[in-house]
Design a protein around this ligand. Structure first.
Ligand SMILES: NC(=O)C1=CN([C@@H]2O[C@H](COP(=O)(O)OP(=O)(O)OC[C@H]3O[C@@H](n4cnc5c(N)ncnc54)[C@H](OP(=O)(O)O)[C@@H]3O)[C@@H](O)[C@H]2O)C=CC1
Ligand SMILES: CCCCCCCCCCCCCCCC(=O)[C@@H](N)CO
Length: 337
């Protein structure tokens, strides 16, 4: 008996198996694991090449569309607090002047009052509106209106700043989408597509302008306590209300803080809360990554989050079914009366 056989029989005796080659799958698994570890280490070594350099907000010029109300106003305040010069864009002049006063309360230096604005360093496309209702009940013009305001209303301002940003080889473009821009939900047949569209625009644009050191961020907030939400709630179907409750209602200043932080860092994706995080990981598709950690997290969590999502989907379907049955029952009761 050679010493090699002696060694392998010692192992096989020890593991209570009758042949050493039964260990082969495990050895292969170990080798694969070693390769993965080496690969991950390599990724971390090149990570500085992937992550953008943060934008300095102090002294930067930030343009916020929809800056006179809600999330947009809070984004303006957050940037102003960090020393940026702000331009607010909206239609209603009175609301704009009121918002200007509110933002200026947060001045951090005298220089800010002089408003020396140059080329745009960061564009925040936040102007938007929503309607909810059943597909056949939403006025047909609304489908066009929402595409115009939410989608084209983000294309035009971006067109206005992009050339100068490319020349200066710097800048940030932000699109404010919505969790309803990641999943289609009951009641959002008109709204969701206008928010999904922003994602397609953002991905395409990011690939074009990355070599010019310009970074795109898409934000996907959940329901947020704003005048816009109050307006939307007036006509919101019960189903939509119940489903949206899943991820709760956020405060606009919290949402703004997260969005601004992600835009400064140049993150492509910006989500709020644990549900937002799961939704973003689950719907990452072929979107760009801005850090190695983000990519690894997506790889590792994808299957788990899909499993969780199936339960959510099941519960959404049962909400819809229950509401339908209830409506039919009350209709039948009304007829009998
Ligand atoms: N609140 C929420 O629950 C959520 C909101 N979002 C998105 O965030 C963004 C802001 O929402 P929110 O803060 O609730 O909205 P608000 O209704 O509170 O504010 C909307 C802002 O956009 C401006 N605006 C609206 N229409 C136009 C237009 N046609 N041209 C120029 N400006 C316009 C408004 O000013 P004016 O009317 O004077 O023009 C106002 O400044 C929207 O894109 C919304 O879809 C995303 C997820 C959740
Ligand atoms: C792993 C999977 C997790 C799944 C979590 C699902 C959560 C769904 C809730 C969706 C809420 C939609 C809010 C839309 C807000 C909006 O844009 C309007 N209010 C605008 O006014």
């Amino acid at each position: 008996m050679s010493s090699e056989e002696g060694f392998s029989s010692a192992i096989t005796d020890w593991l209570f198996i009758n042949s050493w080659w039964l260990l082969l799958p495990f050895i292969m698994l170990l080798v694969v694991a070693a390769f993965i570890v080496a690969f991950v280490l390599l990724l971390y070594m090149i990570s500085p090449l992937i992550s953008p350099k943060p934008l300095k907000l102090n002294g930067a010029h930030v343009v916020v569309t929809g800056g006179s109300s809600g999330i947009g106003k809070c984004i303006a305040i957050e940037c102003y607090k960090q020393g940026a010069f702000i331009t607010l864009v909206a239609r209603d002049e009175e609301k704009l002047l009121q918002a200007k006063k509110e933002v200026e309360k947060f001045a951090i230096n005298d220089k800010q009052a002089q408003e020396k604005l140059g080329p745009v360093d960061m564009l925040v496309n936040c102007a938007g509106t929503s309607v909810s209702g059943k597909f056949e009940e939403v006025e047909v013009d609304r489908f066009k209106k929402l595409m115009e305001v939410n989608y084209l209303g983000s294309v035009y301002p971006t067109r206005a700043v992009i050339t100068t940003m490319k020349e200066r080889r710097m800048g940030r473009i932000m699109f404010v989408s919505s969790q309803a821009g990641q999943i289609g939900l009951f009641g959002y047949t008109a709204y969701s597509p206008s928010k999904f569209a922003l994602r397609g625009l953002a991905e395409s644009l990011q690939m074009e302008i990355k070599p010019y050191n310009i970074y795109v961020t898409v934000a996907y907030p959940p329901d947020t306590d704003t005048p816009g939400l109050a307006e939307e709630n007036k006509t919101k179907p019960l189903e939509t209300k119940l489903i949206s409750e899943t991820s709760g209602v956020c405060q606009p200043d919290q949402v703004a803080k997260i969005i601004v932080r992600d835009a400064v860092q140049g993150n492509f994706n910006s989500s709020v809360g644990p549900d937002g995080y799961m939704l973003s990981a689950l719907t990452c598709g072929m979107s760009p990554v801005t850090s190695i950690t983000e990519g690894l997290q997506q790889i590792v969590t994808m299957g788990l989050f899909r499993t969780i999502a199936l339960f959510y989907l099941g519960s959404f379907d049962s909400i819809v079914r229950r509401c339908m049955i209830q409506r039919e029952q009350s209709k039948a009761a009304n007829k009998r009366e």
